[in-house]
Design a protein around this ligand. Structure first.
Ligand SMILES: C[S@@+](CC[C@H](N)C(=O)[O-])C[C@H]1O[C@@H](n2cnc3c(N)ncnc32)[C@H](O)[C@@H]1O
Length: 245
């Protein structure tokens, strides 16, 4: 099993930490688009977390199942109103098999990068395809790697700087394994800074397409946002939709 990093206080404070991602202008188009792509369902979310997306989707009457590595995140999910209709299973999205076949499997918020090897990311695509009925869709929301922001000779780039918080992405393998580490420096009540962080594997849309092909799926759409705006060379994120043959 991959290492579970969403434990204890991190799980308890997750929703507060990503409050901006609950904003109606972000979550609304996400849920609209996924509902449309799902048809009548049923839907499977990989890495369902605390149900940020799944709960509003379930509120629209769609049948939703989720796979989640962290028992603590599932505790947060299950405590929420509207969670009772969701089946949430503790497991690894790269390997756990849920009974049934689905019209839509989705994996949002850059979480493919939590799988820190190419093998695990490929296995995740294969596992998505295994859960889809023919014609069913796999949707992945992922940021475009920010390598263009790296000044020549530098291996790190800040993504947030304020008095009480500094966030830095540090690239630790730019050649074969495509690894970086997000380092979070937060000021504690006593004024001192503490560090937390986690490793990720960055991945380009073209490599995701290859993983989809390995898993028997072909690209249907690629947008730069949930509003289906066109994907261009300047887009900082991609919403990719593949269809199982
Ligand atoms: C950034 S959060 C996203 C949660 C939710 N999908 C959302 O959009 O708010 C990443 C989640 O992925 C889960 N996760 C990481 N690796 C996983 C794996 N291999 N299988 C299942 N869940 C995983 C973490 O425990 C965490 O809940």
């Amino acid at each position: 099993m991959p290492e579970n990093r969403f434990v204890g206080e991190i799980a308890r404070t997750y929703d507060r930490g990503v409050a901006g991602m609950f904003a109606p202008e972000i979550l609304g188009p996400t849920v609209d688009c996924l509902e449309d792509l799902a048809g009548n369902g049923p839907i499977l979310e990989f890495a369902i977390g605390t149900g940020r997306v799944a709960i509003p989707l379930a509120a629209r009457g769609l049948e939703i199942t989720g796979i989640e590595l962290s028992a603590d995140m599932l505790t947060e999910l299950r405590a929420k109103p509207g969670a009772d209709s969701i089946t949430a299973v503790e497991g690894d999205m790269a390997t756990t098999r849920i009974p049934g076949d689905f019209s839509l499997v989705y994996l949002v918020f850059n979480t493919i990068t939590n799988l820190t090897s190419q093998d695990e990311q490929v296995a995740c695509f294969e596992n998505a395809a295994r859960h889809l009925r023919p014609g069913g869709r796999f949707v992945v929301e992922n940021g475009i790697p920010k390598l263009r922001q790296l000044p020549t000779g530098s291996m790190a780039t800040p993504f947030a700087v304020s008095d009480n918080y500094v966030g830095i992405d540090e690239y630790t393998d730019l050649t074969h394994r495509q690894l970086f580490r997000s380092r979070h420096f937060s000021r504690h009540a006593d004024g001192r800074f503490g560090e937390t962080g986690s490793p990720f594997r960055y991945v380009w849309p073209s490599e995701l397409d290859l993983m989809a092909r390995i898993a028997g799926m072909t690209l249907e759409h690629r947008w730069s946002g949930w509003d289906r705006s066109p994907f261009t060379g300047e887009s900082d994120a991609a919403i990719s939709v593949w269809q199982r043959g």
